[in-house]
Design a binder for this molecule. Structure first.
Ligand SMILES: Cc1ncc(COP(=O)(O)O)c(C=O)c1O
Length: 432
């Protein structure tokens, strides 16, 4: 079945500016219904949360709807969805929340493939608690992070295994279910960085074996807001420093201060939008903020301020969205994989281009260097030609250090996203 990229691009009016965006791994453009949902809340009557009057009930409903949306996106319990400013902030929240029970002699396992957000918080807390850090190494020849790298590291004193669901540098998708099963066999907690993976793959946190899974909506057409999901019982075992009058209940107790209702509405709209990406839906059928039950098609607020419109709080309606998300992300995966092969074939055919190795079957993100040109120069040269790519280490600091490239500028990163076209891939290759 063809993937209707033209329809999807129409829903991203910012693409009309003409840039070819290969920078999705650093952040995507938001879909138009997302911008409308955010603006709808900012322009409407939304108070702080209270049941006393409709504007306050709207705020309550926006938060509830966003938890259900995150649950549908990831296969998670909405009662275990914690929102935060960024994935980085949420990993620190979780690491601080777990570290209090660590004892000297314990260990935590991190990887040299991960973004620093799923490395440094664990390393710093381990140091503070006198706990050993064990490093799972990737294979520099293949870019794989094999299960075998974890086997000798995990033991009965392992408290946490922190691993990525997909590398933001080279797209590698480790065998997280196997790694999680190993960790769980020793009673360790598994913290999965899903920031890169969520944009490209159907996600089921239970199938992954993730005790915590973190994602950031700005990587998948949403606003700058992140969510970490875990079972409510896992959150109950997670400590947090909080204000006296604020709720002690899970998940609210981890959300310090007043949440950003506008970004939460945008988060829900982004999940709704992702659910329309396969051929059977249109952005207007299900991708409007109306699904949040708080905003209507015009992006204005309804009176009830409850998620009654689409009934997202009742399982009957949320289940179909979950199914639509899974179907859509499977379609995204196959579309992106085809385009990625075109990009890789083109890059590999250029003798001056060194593609950093990555195993087949990963996310559609590649790092490369051009002989005789430093990566920042390549990125600027492409930028001058209307092509957006990032250069540097993109915070995959351990990866680039291990590859011996960090001191010399890292690499250039190009990623396929579901609004990328074959013409844009050809433009990038021609510009190189
Ligand atoms: C794999 C991965 N993890 C974590 C992060 C950090 O996300 P945030 O910017 O939400 O803190 C990023 C951002 O680039 C990422 O790509």
């Amino acid at each position: 079945m063809p993937f209707d990229v033209a329809r999807i691009r129409q829903a991203h009016p910012a693409l009309a500016e003409g840039y070819a965006h290969f920078d999705g791994a650093a952040g995507t453009l938001v879909a138009e219904p997302v911008a409308r949902a955010v603006a709808g809340v900012l322009g409407g009557a939304v108070s702080n949360r209270t049941t006393a009057f409709a504007p306050g009930r709207r705020a309550l409903a926006i938060v509830d709807a966003a938890r259900v949306a995150a649950g549908d996106l990831l296969g998670a319990d909405p009662a275990g969805v914690v929102f935060g400013q960024s994935a980085t902030a949420l990993v620190y929240t979780v690491a601080r929340g777990l570290a209090g029970t660590w004892q000297p002699g314990d260990n935590v396992v991190v990887t040299r493939l991960d973004h620093d957000a799923n490395v440094r918080p664990w390393v710093q807390l381990a140091s503070a608690m006198g706990v050993e850090v064990r490093w799972a190494a990737f294979d520099p020849a293949t870019g794989a992070l094999p299960f075998a790298a974890f086997e000798p590291l995990v033991d009965a004193r392992t408290r946490v295994v922190a691993v990525t669901a997909a590398s933001n540098a080279i797209g590698t998708v480790p065998d997280v279910p196997a790694i999680a099963a190993l960790a769980h066999g020793f009673g360790a907690v598994v913290h999965v960085d899903g920031v890169h993976a969520t944009a490209h793959l159907p996600v089921d946190v239970a199938a992954l074996g993730a005790d915590y899974y973190v994602t950031s909506a700005y990587k998948w057409s949403g606003p700058h807001l992140a969510a970490c999901v875990a079972a409510p019982s896992q959150w109950e075992r997670t400590a947090v420093l909080k204000l006296l009058p604020s709720s002690d209940a899970v998940p609210e107790r981890f959300e310090l201060g007043t949440p950003s209702f506008e970004l939460l509405a945008g988060f829900t709209a982004a999940v709704d939008f992702l659910a329309t990406l396969d051929d059977t839906g249109t952005p207007d059928d299900a991708g409007t903020p109306d699904d949040a039950g708080v905003l209507n098609d015009a992006g204005t607020l309804n009176d009830a301020g409850t998620p009654d419109g689409a009934g997202v709080l009742d399982g009957a309606t949320s289940r179909p969205r979950r199914e639509r998300v899974l179907r859509s992300m499977a379609a995204v995966h196959s579309y992106e994989t085809r385009l990625f092969e075109r990009l890789l074939d083109g890059l590999r055919s250029m003798p001056a281009v060194r593609v950093l190795p990555a195993p087949a079957g990963g996310c559609p993100t590649v790092s490369f260097r051009i002989a005789g040109e430093d990566p920042a120069t390549t990125a600027a040269r492409l930028g001058d030609q209307g092509i957006c790519v990032f250069s540097g280490d993109y915070y995959a600091a351990e990866y680039f250090t291990a590859m011996g490239l960090r001191e010399t500028g890292g690499a250039v990163r190009a990623g396929i996203y579901h609004y990328t076209t074959a013409d844009e891939v050809d433009r990038l290759l021609a510009a190189l």
